[in-house]
Design a protein around this ligand. Structure first.
Ligand SMILES: [Zn+2]
Length: 77
């Protein structure tokens, strides 16, 4: 099983170690954003993708999630 984003060896069903770390980072930060801004998961991902300060790994994960229309639970929306 390879990472859906970079084709490296995956450590979960979707991501390699680096992209998994980025994914966890995104999920953790969403809790803060949601409380402060009442922002939806999708809006949050768009913000990440467009933010010039966001790291490349995180942007790749955000755009993967947007493209694949995943909810926070990993289900198709
Ligand atoms: Zn990867």
């Amino acid at each position: 099983m390879n990472c859906k984003i970079c084709q490296r060896k995956a450590v979960t069903e979707k991501f390699c170690r680096i992209h998994l770390k980025a994914y966890k980072n995104i999920v953790e930060k969403y809790d803060c954003w949601r409380k402060a801004l009442k922002i939806s998961w999708r809006e949050y991902l768009s913000e990440i993708e467009q933010n010039p300060l966001t790291g490349e790994w995180i942007k790749e994960v955000a755009s993967y999630l947007i493209t694949n229309e995943e909810t926070r639970n990993g289900k198709k929306s």
